[in-house]
Design a protein around this ligand. Structure first.
Ligand code: ADP
Length: 179
C-alpha cells in the first residue's frame, strides 16, 4: 500500500466524553480497510511512558509532550496514530501541533454534567468525594480548556456513536486523510 498513513488523529475531551469509544471504533474500521493503525489510549500509554508522572497540570503537560513526540516518531515511520488522550490545555495541544506534521484534532464535546452522569469508570464520584489520587481530576480539580480551533467537533450528548464515527470518516475523506 502506498504510504499515505502518516497522520495523527488527536482526540481531546473530558473523561467519559467518548474518546475511547469513538477512537477504537475508527481504528477497527481503518484496520479492516488494511491500514496499519497505532491506537494510543490515555491510561494505557501513561502506564508505559509516564509512570513517573502524576496528574498535576505540569505533569499532564509533560505527559502530553511525550505522547506528541511518540506520535511524531510513529508518523515518521509511516504509521497512522490515533491518540485518545484528554489533552486539557492549549499549551499541550500547541506543543503537539508543532511536533506533529500531519495533525488532526478531534474535539469530543460533551457537557461535564453528562460525562459525570455516565461516570464510566466511577472516577467522577471518587473525585467529588475528594478521594486520594483524584485531587487533580479533569473538570473538577483541574480546568478543561476548550480547544480553540479543532478540525472537527463531535457532540456526543447529541449524536449516537455511529453518527459521530460517520461524520469523522467523512471529514477525513474531505481532508484527504482517507480515500
Ligand atoms: P473517554 O474515553 O472520553 O473517557 P469513553 O469512551 O470511555 O470516554 O466513555 C464514553 C461513554 O459514553 C461510553 O459509555 C459510551 O457508550 C457513551 N456514549 C454515549 N453516546 C456516545 C457517543 N455519541 N460517542 C461516544 N460515546 C458515547
Amino acid at each position: 500500500m502506498e504510504n499515505r498513513q502518516s497522520w495523527t488523529l488527536w482526540f481531546i475531551g473530558l473523561h467519559g466524553s467518548g474518546k475511547t469509544t469513538i477512537s477504537s471504533r475508527i481504528a477497527d474500521i481503518l484496520r479492516k480497510k488494511g491500514m496499519e493503525i497505532v491506537l494510543l489510549d490515555g491510561d494505557e500509554v501513561r502506564k508505559s511512558i509516564s509512570s513517573d508522572l502524576g496528574y498535576s497540570l505540569e505533569d499532564r503537560n509533560i505527559h502530553m509532550q511525550r505522547v506528541a513526540d511518540l506520535c511524531s516518531r510513529l508518523n515518521n515511520e509511516g504509521k497512522m496514530v490515533i491518540a485518545a488522550v484528554a489533552s486539557p490545555t492549549e499549551k499541550s495541544r500547541d506543543y503537539a501541533k508543532k511536533a506533529i506534521k500531519n495533525f488532526f484534532t478531534v474535539y469530543v464535546k460533551c457537557p461535564l454534567e453528562i460525562c459525570e452522569k455516565r461516570d464510566v469508570k466511577g472516577h467522577y464520584k471518587k473525585a467529588r468525594l475528594g478521594e486520594k489520587g483524584f485531587e487533580h481530576f479533569l473538570g473538577i480539580g483541574i480546568r478543561f480548556e476548550e480547544p480553540k480551533n479543532p478540525d472537527i467537533v463531535l457532540e456526543t450528548s447529541k449524536y449516537a456513536v455511529e453518527e459521530c464515527v460517520g461524520v469523522l470518516l467523512g471529514k477525513m475523506k474531505e481532508r484527504n486523510i482517507l480515500r
